[in-house]
Design a protein around this ligand. Structure first.
Ligand SMILES: [Fe+2]
Length: 172
């Protein structure tokens, strides 16, 4: 039901050492208004960030959640063997711990503002849901967020290779 807040921009499951490879979202019932899923290209954001502030390659953030005991530390910009520099990121939350000191006297607020700005420039998809839609996301490339919405909506989520929840039992 109604959500007045944005779901902050994030890579799914950064409290794991290896973030999920893929997840899929499906729409069974769309909200009356809003609720679009926004996808940002983490490769574009990483390249632009490194061009503006190369020292950000040294930033590391530890991520936790309220609902699991696992934590993991990730570089802000990962070097993916397949895709090169990729931003893997979650917007400022109290369960983020930025490793200090930050390079060149950068404050956390400055670092987050810089990343958010480059993510805004790297928006790739704003998907407005209709019943029957299915979106598959490469979680190691894309950062996602969700707009506020009003009314009821029903979504299905599937996580590929989730180490915590087996959402599909494979046949033998
Ligand atoms: Fe998510």
């Amino acid at each position: 039901m109604d959500s007045v807040d944005w779901l902050p921009r994030h890579t799914e499951q950064l409290d794991d050492l290896e973030p999920l490879r893929y997840f899929a979202l499906g729409c069974l019932e769309a909200a009356a208004k809003g609720g679009a899923t926004c996808l940002y290209d983490g490769r574009l954001a990483a390249s632009a960030l490194l061009e503006e502030r190369p020292e950000l390659e040294h930033v590391r953030i530890t991520y936790a959640t309220m609902w699991r005991s696992s934590t993991a530390t990730h570089p802000l910009i990962a070097i993916d063997p397949e895709h090169g520099p990729v931003l893997r990121y979650r917007s400022a939350l109290e369960t983020n711990s930025v490793e200090h000191p930050l390079p060149n006297g950068l404050t956390e607020a400055q670092m987050y503002a810089c990343v958010e700005s480059h993510l805004s420039d790297a928006v790739a998809v704003v998907h407005r849901w209709r019943p029957g839609d299915l979106v598959i996301v490469n979680n190691r490339i894309m950062v996602h967020a969700r707009q506020p919405f009003t009314g009821r909506r029903v979504m299905a989520r599937y996580r590929y290779d989730d180490p915590h929840y087996r959402t599909v039992i494979l046949g033998r």
